[in-house]
Design a protein around this ligand. Structure first.
Ligand SMILES: [Zn+2]
Length: 276
């Protein structure tokens, strides 16, 4: 049996909302930074997905799980269930030079950023509690996987569960060399975890905004400029030249509106006609 993608990754709602707000209002420097970090993180996760998609050993992959146990929520970027081990992967898309010193992670300008091992240790402990509750005894291996080929960590310790870009290939080859077959209990665990996944928006990542302050209208799907021209059945972007069926663009914008204002009653003519 080949590797099975048990839970696919979709663009996080926080990222879709921030992208929309970035084009409809002036984000603060802080929110812009947060938006850019989220975008970069998501790109790193997609890069890792493109590698796990090619795995050929018998294992199950669950991407982007948000789970809760003992009243504590934790997020897992990628979970790989193999016959003898559950890999809990924290994906990092850091780029450039970093330093490791006394269990702290610093940028080249010596600014401290959160050590991903802290988050990994917490997730590992909570996942272990959850598996215990579900009556599973599979061992867990937590890993921080740095996917960006332009990442260097000076003074990297050798005793931490880090996988660096130059080691990724070996890590995947190692996974692929595992000939053991999965059993029913592995699939049942994957089912349970996928069912326990919570769809929840992290509102701390999103600035406060209200309807009146946002610029209205349909945004181009390619370059996010406001659409100002309609020809026949199509919306034409006068900035990048992209065209899209009006119907598709309207449905897309309704979805965006519902994500931004889940409580608000939809008045599409007011919202969508803003710039057209
Ligand atoms: Zn455009």
């Amino acid at each position: 049996m080949r590797t099975l993608l048990y839970k696919a990754r979709t663009e996080p709602a926080e990222l879709i909302i921030l992208n929309s707000l970035n084009h409809r209002m002036q984000l603060s420097k802080f929110d812009q930074q947060n938006y850019s970090n989220l975008r970069k993180g998501f790109e790193g996760e997609l890069l890792f997905d493109s590698l796990t998609n090619n795995l050929e050993s018998d294992c199950l992959v669950l991407n982007n799980l948000l789970l809760k146990t003992n009243n504590q929520t934790f997020q897992i970027d990628t979970l790989i269930i193999t016959n003898n081990l559950v890999y809990l992967c924290e994906i990092k898309n850091y780029e450039g030079d970093y330093y490791y010193k006394s269990d702290r992670l610093l940028t080249k300008d010596r600014l401290e950023i959160s050590n991903p091992l802290i988050q990994l240790t917490r997730s590992e402990s909570l996942l272990s509690q959850l598996l215990h509750k579900l009556n599973y005894t599979f061992p867990i291996q937590g890993l921080v996987i740095f996917v960006n080929p332009h990442f260097t960590l000076y003074q990297a310790p050798t005793d931490k569960p880090f996988i660096f870009p130059t080691q990724l290939d070996r890590f995947l080859k190692n996974l692929n060399s595992n000939q053991s077959k999965l059993q029913d209990q592995h699939k049942k665990l994957a089912d349970k975890l996928a069912n326990l996944h919570i769809e929840e928006i992290n509102h701390q990542q999103i600035p406060l905004f209200n309807y009146q302050d946002l610029s209205k209208g349909i945004l181009c799907t390619e370059c996010s400029s406001s659409i100002t021209k309609i020809e026949g059945m199509k919306c034409i972007c006068t900035v990048c030249g992209n065209d899209e069926l009006v119907e598709t663009a309207v449905l897309r914008s309704i979805k965006e509106f519902k994500l931004l204002f889940p409580q608000k009653k939809l008045q599409p003519t007011r919202y969508l006609n803003g710039a057209i």
